[in-house]
Design a protein around this ligand. Structure first.
Ligand SMILES: Cc1cc2nc3c(=O)[nH]c(=O)nc-3n(C[C@H](O)[C@H](O)[C@H](O)COP(=O)(O)OP(=O)(O)OC[C@H]3O[C@@H](n4cnc5c(N)ncnc54)[C@H](O)[C@@H]3O)c2cc1C
Length: 328
C-alpha cells in the first residue's frame, strides 16, 4: 500500500510526488497517457508566457537560453526532473474511480491500455488531472465536422487554405500569426470587443500590424453560429449575419476540468462550475485525506490556476499529510 497515490503526471502532479517523497512518504503516480501530456499537446513551437524560473518544480533549476522557454524545452525539463527524483510513475493507465473505505483507506480503480482493470490501495489520494482533455465546445451546428479541431499543433497542413480561428486569447493569436507565415488566409472571430488583454506583450504589436495590413481579418463582437463544409456563418452581437468561405476551423475556446473522478469519490462540488470544495491551506477536499492539485482545483475560470500557481499545491499537501502523521 502506498502512502499517496497521485492521479495525473502534469507539472502539479509531479510536484506533489516530489514534495511527498521528500517527507518520507511513498508515492505512485498513475497517468493515463504519459508525463506532461498537456504540454506535449501544446502547439509544437509554442513559447510559454512564464519565465523558466516560474515553471520550476522540486527546486531543480530550469535553465533556458530564452527569456521564456519553448514547449520542447519544458518537455525535456519535466522528463529530467521525473528521472532525477526517480518518481514512481505508471503511464498509460487511467484512473476511473476512487473508492473510500470505512477505515479511511482508498482503492483507486484503473484501466490499463489493454482494458485490464487494476486496483491500487493508498492512505491518501491526490487528484491532479488537469483540464486539457476537455475542450469547451461551442454547441453550434457543424462543430463535429472533421474540418474542426480544438487543438492547434502547427501551421504547415493549412498552407494555402482558408482558416477561421474562434477565440481571442494567446492561443488564437499565436495560431493566427503562425498560419499567416505559411500562407493561410486567416479570419479570427471573437465574441469580445477586443482580443484578450492578456496577449503576450511582445506578440501584440506584431499581431496588430498583421491586422492593419490585412493579413488577418478580425471579426470582433461576433460569433460563429454555424459551420458548413465550405463556409461559416458569422453573426455579430447585434444580429447581423455574414457568410465567410472556409476550409478549416480552429475552435480555440479553452478547456474545462472533468469532475467525474471527483464526483466518484464523493468530493463536494460547489456552484462555480462544480468547483471542488477544498481547504486552500492544505488542498484537502471535503473527503478526508483526498486532495486536489493544479488546474482541477479551479472553478469556471480554468486559467485561475496554472503551472506558476498550481506547482505549490504539492508542498501544501505534503506538509499537511506529514504533520497529520506526526500527530498519529
Ligand atoms: C497553450 C497553452 C499555454 C500555456 N502556457 C502556460 C504558461 O506559460 N505558464 C503557465 O504557468 N501555464 C501555462 N499554461 C497552463 C498550464 O499548461 C496548465 O495550467 C498546467 O498544465 C496544469 O497542470 P496540471 O498538472 O494541473 O494539469 P495537466 O498539466 O493538465 O496534467 C494533468 C495530467 O493528468 C492526466 N490525467 C487526466 N485524467 C486522468 C485520469 N483519469 N487518470 C490518470 N491520469 C489522468 C493527463 O493525461 C495529464 O497528463 C498553458 C496552457 C496552454 C493550453
Amino acid at each position: 500500500m502506498q502512502d499517496v497515490i497521485i492521479i495525473g503526471a502534469g507539472p502539479c502532479g509531479l510536484s506533489a510526488a516530489i514534495e511527498c517523497n521528500r517527507r518520507g512518504l511513498s508515492t505512485h503516480i498513475i497517468e493515463k497517457h504519459h508525463i506532461v501530456r498537456s504540454i506535449y499537446l501544446y502547439p509544437t513551437y509554442m513559447q510559454f508566457f512564464s519565465t523558466a524560473e516560474l515553471l520550476e518544480i522540486g527546486d531543480i533549476p530550469f535553465s533556458s537560453p530564452n527569456d521564456k522557454p519553448f514547449r520542447h524545452e519544458a518537455l525535456s525539463y519535466y522528463r529530467k526532473v521525473a528521472a532525477h527524483y526517480e518518481l514512481n510513475i505508471t503511464s498509460y493507465e487511467e484512473a476511473v474511480s476512487i473508492e473510500r473505505h470505512e477505515n479511511g483507506l482508498f482503492t483507486v480503480h484503473t484501466k490499463d491500455r489493454r482494458g485490464q482493470e487494476l486496483h491500487h490501495e493508498a492512505r491518501h489520494v491526490v487528484i491532479a488531472t488537469g483540464y486539457f482533455d476537455h475542450p469547451n465546445y461551442i454547441g453550434i451546428p457543424g462543430e463535429d465536422l472533421p474540418k474542426v479541431t480544438h487543438y492547434f499543433r502547427e501551421a504547415h497542413p493549412y498552407t494555402g487554405t482558408k482558416v477561421t480561428i474562434i477565440g481571442g486569447s494567446n492561443s488564437a493569436i499565436d495560431a493566427a500569426m503562425e498560419l499567416v507565415r505559411v500562407g493561410a488566409e486567416v479570419t479570427i472571430v471573437y465574441r469580445g470587443k477586443t482580443v484578450s488583454n492578456n496577449i503576450k506583450p511582445w506578440v501584440r504589436p506584431v499581431f496588430e500590424n498583421m491586422v492593419t495590413k490585412g493579413s488577418v481579418t478580425l471579426h470582433l463582437d461576433s460569433r460563429v453560429t454555424e459551420i458548413r463544409e465550405d463556409a461559416i456563418i458569422v453573426t455579430t452581437n447585434e444580429g447581423h449575419e455574414s457568410t465567410v468561405d472556409n476550409d478549416f476551423v480552429l475552435a480555440l475556446t479553452g478547456f474545462h476540468p472533468d469532475r467525474a473522478l471527483l464526483a466518484s469519490s464523493g468530493v463536494q462540488l460547489g456552484g462555480d462550475m462544480e468547483k471542488p470544495v477544498f481547504h486552500p491551506d492544505t488542498m484537502e477536499s471535503s473527503v478526508p485525506r483526498l486532495y486536489v492539485a493544479g488546474v482541477i482545483a479551479s472553478g469556471s475560470n480554468a486559467n485561475e490556476v496554472f503551472i506558476e500557481t498550481g506547482r505549490i499545491h504539492g508542498r501544501l499537501i505534503a506538509e499537511h499529510i506529514h504533520s497529520a502523521q506526526q500527530l498519529e
